[in-house]
Design a protein around this ligand. Structure first.
Ligand SMILES: Nc1ncnc2c1ncn2[C@@H]1O[C@H](COP(=O)(O)OP(=O)(O)O)[C@@H](O)[C@H]1O
Ligand SMILES: [Mg+2]
Length: 342
């Protein structure tokens, strides 16, 4: 059953990646028909006293946004939280009352059709966008807009959906640039090039070399980043984000456009990075096979709403997810196998 659903979901999400508009349209019907979802009223009242109840509900029992459920894994520290976050562009609601809590050290995947609001979540967390309503909670502070100049202090680094490297600079220099924010030396010290500034430069270089080695890019360190194949450029971006030693790493489609073996390799590096640095990872990915094997939990977005959050297995059998993706409720394996609504 699970395997069949995986295949169906994979077909749909891959289809969505190619044909976002068509997939979004088929999902629309279900969104309108979706029954009300039970909010976690207590947690919401604490965080967001005057707000309407959140429209999303978590799949995991006892897994509320404030990390209730002491005594099981839900008690793990919450390092990042979105509470009732709404964002719109003109008349278009990109995010509607999104609640999401991310646990320390987990790999959390965000999936959903094109235009569902996935990148908007990362843009809210990294301060690119300001929430119209609701807030992001980081290190005990609430923000409608996370101050971008404080991202390093907040322990956040990210990669972008589209490559954002300096193509003419070497791989090494690109990765060193990921530590620029760590510089504590003054402008004058940096110009003079000695003392603290020199130590910082050497330290940044040493750490960059270490991360480059960790991601098996050493042989390419002196190559201009722009001359590398796409898959390797994505890995350089990961290196540049990791060299900042972030507590939270936000990856926007780190495997998009990759071959299956490149994706598997990248997934291995993401897991290794989490294991080595203890980094919490929030990533957006379309390949449901990768998502299911890589993630500890999966959040499903649909037209700006977080319709499910749980382990890969829980999300795969969640009727709301099946509805959203298939446009029909699935009764049994035969229905799935027929792939109705695809
Ligand atoms: N800067 C922007 N200006 C206008 N509309 C935007 C902007 N960013 C996102 N949107 C809109 O918000 C919705 C969600 O977009 P996005 O978060 O990029 O979705 P996803 O990453 O899931 O494909 C889409 O309808 C998109 O067109
Ligand atoms: Mg996106």
């Amino acid at each position: 059953m699970t395997e069949v659903l995986t295949r169906v979901l994979e077909g749909v999400t891959n289809g969505a990646a190619r044909e976002g508009a068509a997939a979004a349209e088929s999902v629309q019907k279900v969104v309108r028909a979706r029954p009300g979802l039970a909010p976690d009223a207590d947690a919401d009242a604490q965080l967001h006293p005057a707000a309407k109840p959140p429209a999303a509900v978590e799949v995991v029992a006892g897994d509320g946004p404030a990390g209730q459920g002491v005594g099981n894994e839900a008690a793990q520290a919450i390092v990042l939280e979105l509470a009732g976050v709404s964002l719109s562009f003109g008349g278009v609601a990109a995010l509607s009352e999104v609640d999401l809590s991310v646990r320390r050290g987990e790999i959390l995947a965000i999936i959903g059709p094109n235009g569902a609001g996935k990148s908007s979540i990362l843009n809210i967390v990294s301060g690119v966008y300001r929430a119209d309503r609701g807030h992001v909670r980081l290190k005990g502070q609430r923000y409608a807009q996370v101050p971008t100049q404080a991202l390093a202090d907040l322990g956040i680094a990210r990669t972008f959906q589209n490559l954002a490297l300096f193509p003419g600079l070497s791989v090494l220099d690109n990765v060193v640039a990921g530590r620029a924010h760590r510089a504590r030396s003054s402008f004058v010290e940096q110009i003079a090039g000695f003392g603290r500034a020199r130590r910082e430069r050497l330290d940044a270089r040493a750490r960059a070399i270490d991360v480059i080695d960790f991601l098996q890019l050493s042989a390419l360190a002196e190559r201009p980043a722009g001359t590398l194949p796409y898959g390797l450029q994505k890995r350089v971006e990961l290196a540049r984000a990791l060299v900042a030693e972030p507590e939270i790493l936000l990856l926007d489609e780190p495997m998009a456009g990759m071959t299956a073996s490149e994706k598997a390799e990248m997934a291995g590096f993401v897991t290794a990075a989490r294991d080595r640095f203890g980094t919490t990872v929030v990533l957006i990915e379309h390949d449901i096979g990768v998502v299911m094997s890589l993630s500890d939990r999966v959040a499903v977005l649909d037209h700006g709403r977080n319709i499910a959050l749980g382990t890969p297995a829980e999300v795969q059998r969640d009727p709301r997810v099946i509805d959203a993706y298939l446009g029909v409720a699935v009764e049994d394996d035969e229905d799935v196998a027929r792939g109705e609504g695809l």
